[in-house]
Design a protein around this ligand. Structure first.
Ligand code: GLA
Length: 414
């Protein structure tokens, strides 16, 4: 007994020491070198003490809790009939500071990883069943419940993709050592997969939350060719038509079906031609919207971007910016988070969102939501390029005010 108490005391002392040393070193580090660009779970706090902005980089209002409380992205976007979202990871909903920002600012979420093919397809059950089996893991269920409790819309992301998709789904007996399956078998697997995604949402009582679903992601290249992937290798060039046809068959009417891709400002002509093929026998669209990932840079041309948006709007489909972040600098030449660069970012966000609002208000673009790929720089898959609205200590940046359309705080001041 006495020994047990001693052990307990010792354990408490050790735990105490651990906590002290942990807090003393700052918070857990988000090591960008360990990040796979396709697997982007965020660090718990995203803070990095070595990489925090200097006083001069912080907008003056960052410590003013009161001012922040009054402001909300969701109110600003609602004025244009739009929802505004962030991607969501399991640790965010368990962290008071992060969930406060999400619930205060956003009214839509996209699961950062939890609804991707590798997260919902179960190999051993697929082997048992002899067909693809979809399973919603605990983390996903928790996040969907949280979205439901808090009245948040959900964008489903994503079903047909080349990345974060297990290879075994394309092989005979779900066994990688065996050959790829035939077109017929893969079409049947796609049918089962698609059906279960929407069934699981319905069974869990989540269907009503979902307003859009990325049926397919990143299937076209900048040169206008189709990406070589196993969907194409097994089913053939019409795999996307089948994906959208099946999504139409199984998704409830209220869920908009999206094709989602990046580098949209270099692929817009390809998309225009592509969506013409996504029609049923009566010529009606099987697709509702085009998702523009919008992983942009402050030195990108907004003129070029809006040309792409305007061309895509001619399809008559909805458009949505689905993964917006604006890195400092240019592709392969990102810049440091200096005050000047952060101001340029604030102006970029202001101009981008202003241009979108103008188009939406004029009825030129059908856009009912815009999603940011996160909200705080320390949590971003591109944290080294500070692409989001809050800095690493969760203070709003010029970019936040840019998104809020508060021009005099968005970096235009000098
Ligand atoms: C793409 C995907 C997203 C995410 C990002 C990287 O844009 O669509 O789901 O994986 O890459 O974070």
């Amino acid at each position: 007994m006495g020994e047990k108490i001693m052990k307990k005391k010792l354990a408490l002392l050790l735990a105490g020491l651990l906590v002290i040393s942990f807090v003393g070193c700052g918070t857990p580090k988000d090591d960008p070198t360990q990040k796979d660009t396709n697997s982007t779970e965020m660090s718990e706090t995203g803070e990095d003490s070595q990489n925090q902005p200097t006083e001069s980089q912080k907008p003056e209002t960052e410590n003013s809790e009161d001012k922040q409380v009054d402001l909300s992205l969701k109110d600003v976007f609602a004025e244009h009939g739009m929802k505004v979202g962030t991607c969501l990871s399991p640790q965010m909903i368990g962290n008071a500071q992060m969930s406060k920002i999400i619930l205060g600012q956003f009214n839509s979420v996209t699961m950062e990883n939890a609804m991707k093919p590798d997260a919902i397809l179960n190999q051993s059950k697929s082997v048992q069943e002899g067909n693809l089996v979809v399973e919603f893991k605990q983390d996903l269920v928790k996040m969907l419940n949280w979205a439901k409790e808090n009245n948040l819309g959900v964008r489903g992301h994503t079903i047909v993709w080349h990345s974060q998709t297990p290879d075994w789904i394309f092989h005979e007996d779900f066994d990688m050592s065996k050959p790829l399956v035939s077109r017929e078998v893969m079409l049947d697997r796609l049918d089962h997969y698609m059906k279960q995604v929407f069934e699981k949402l319905e069974e869990g009582g989540y269907s009503e939350l979902v307003y859009a679903y990325d049926v397919a992601n990143e299937c076209w290249m900048e040169d206008g060719s189709m990406r070589q992937n196993n969907w194409k290798a097994t089913i053939g060039d019409d795999y996307l038509w089948h994906a959208f046809n099946l999504a139409n068959k199984y998704a409830p009417e209220h869920i908009d079906l999206y094709y989602n891709d990046y580098n949209e400002q270099f692929k817009e002509e390809t998309f225009v031609e592509f969506v013409k093929t996504l029609v049923d026998e009566n010529g009606n669209y099987l697709i509702d919207g085009i998702g523009l990932q919008a992983h942009l840079y402050t030195q990108d041309s907004l003129e070029e971007y809006f040309e792409a948006v305007d061309l895509l709007a001619t399809t008559g489909l909805k458009l949505e910016l689905t993964e917006l972040d604006v890195s400092l600098g240019a592709w392969q030449n990102t810049l440091a988070a200096t005050d000047d660069n952060l101001k340029a970012q604030g102006r970029f966000y202001y101009d981008l969102i202003n241009g979108l609002f103008e188009r939406v208000d004029a009825g030129k673009v059908k856009m009912d939501a815009l999603t940011f790929w996160g909200f705080a720089d320390g949590l971003s898959w591109r944290s080294d390029a500070s692409p989001l609205l809050y800095n690493k200590i969760y203070a709003p940046k010029y970019s936040y005010y840019g998104a809020m359309q508060i021009k005099d705080k968005a970096g235009f001041d000098d």
